[in-house]
Design a protein around this ligand. Structure first.
Ligand code: ATP
Length: 380
């Protein structure tokens, strides 16, 4: 089922203060009904607090929570049409899978739970394990039971708080695809909290990237990846090369940049800088996989009109699908270049190279930001 244009969750001016610490700055967010929405950010940015305010587990300091058309701000958690799936599955150890899933329905007075439980177990592909106890299941299977237990209640909104955090990488990847399939089948609005950018990109229709209690940017995964508006988003979502540059002039729909003695072309339409006047500082961004690399001796073969920078390879690491290079250019150290593993030639450290790319792939950011925002320890 595709997401509708109706709002599933509307947060208006919602904020949360603990003592004198503001965990969530006043936030306005509309999550379309039936969509898969991810709140993505580093540890401590306020994403769980936001989720808990939707669930009713945390009372907002300011603002309102509306589910569909109903203002639920004053309602306790159990009166909200919301279920939450946590990283810890919290299954009842003495009940089997079937009874774990049917528990909520029975408590609500539903007499015949068989059909609904069977359907939802089918959905999570656990029909054959209905009579097992949680201790007889793998982590991934337990997580599916937890999901089934939430979905069977047909909540309007399903909240997922790092639900795959306890699983190993391979299972995580598999469950990401499963979760997406299940969400599409049931059409419930999913709000998913994660610090894993790949996980958010794989599953979500829309991602809100949070930083220090605020939404930095909101959009579809491709839009955020290809057109980040801040250094934090550029660095946190995938990897970016951000090159400190100065605007030297304009040419048609492009800005012409100066980086040391090199010149780069930046489409004006892809620029989110405070000022685009000559002399203004910008960060020119380019993703590592968009860059091609040739030995300096081959420079004559680079087509005209490409952005280019010279440099020296300082590190090479082979990852299987690609080789990842680190290249030092005189004006921008440690540029990352990912070369798909199709050519056998690899560049050894010390090789003098020219990096080149289509100017259309360059994005421009305000030059006054911290060039390293969203990288390093904080981003893990
Ligand atoms: P994580 O991924 O680590 O869970 P998060 O982005 O979900 O991080 P929150 O759990 O929303 O972050 O916490 C945001 C900030 O609010 C953190 O600095 C946290 O220490 C603080 N915080 C959360 N709950 C409380 C509380 N009950 N009392 C005081 N501070 C709190």
């Amino acid at each position: 089922m595709a997401a509708s244009t109706r709002a599933g969750v509307t947060l208006t001016g919602i904020s949360k203060t603990f003592g004198d610490f503001t965990a969530v700055q006043p936030l306005d967010l509309t999550i379309p009904q039936g969509s898969f929405f991810a709140l993505l950010g580093a540890s401590g940015c306020g994403k769980t607090t936001t989720l808990r305010m939707i669930a009713g587990l945390e009372q907002p300091t300011t603002g309102r929570v509306v589910l569909g058309e109903r203002d639920v701000t004053a309602l306790p958690p159990h009166k909200r049409p919301v279920n939450t799936v946590f990283q810890s599955y919290a299954l009842f150890p003495h009940l089997d899978v079937f009874d774990n899933v049917g528990f909520g329905l029975r408590r609500r007075g539903v007499k015949s739970v068989k059909k609904q439980v069977e359907e939802v177990l089918e959905l999570v592909e656990l029909g054959h394990l209905a009579r097992r106890r949680p201790s007889q299941l793998s982590g991934g299977q337990q997580q599916r039971v937890a999901l089934a237990r939430a979905v069977v209640n047909r909540p309007e909104v399903l909240l997922l708080d790092e639900p795959l955090g306890a699983l190993d990488l391979k299972l995580r990847r598999q469950m990401q695809l499963e979760l997406k399939r299940i969400q599409t089948e049931v059409g419930i609005t999913f709000v998913h909290v994660t610090h894993d950018q790949e996980e958010a990109m794989t599953m979500a229709d829309t991602i809100a990237v949070m930083n220090a209690g605020q939404v930095e940017q909101l959009g579809a995964p491709v839009e955020l990846y290809e057109n980040p508006k801040t250094a934090f988003v550029a660095n946190f979502l995938g990897q970016s090369n951000l090159i400190a540059a100065e605007i030297a002039g304009t040419g048609g729909s492009d800005l012409l940049l100066r980086v040391g003695d090199a010149k780069l072309t930046l489409p004006r339409a892809r620029t989110h800088a405070g000022s685009t006047a000559v002399g203004a500082r910008v960060l020119a961004g380019i993703r590592p996989e968009k860059i091609a690399m040739v030995a300096r001796s081959e420079e004559a073969g680079i087509p005209a009109g490409r952005n280019r920078l010279t440099g020296t390879v300082v590190d090479t690491s082979f990852t299987g699908v690609s080789t990842q290079y680190v290249v030092n250019s005189p004006w921008c150290p440690e540029l990352a270049v990912f070369a798909q593993n199709v050519e056998r030639d690899r560049f050894a450290p010390g090789t003098e190279v020219v990096l080149h790319w289509d100017p259309e792939h360059t994005f421009g950011l305000d030059g006054h930001q911290d060039i390293d925002a969203g990288t390093g320890e904080g981003a893990l």
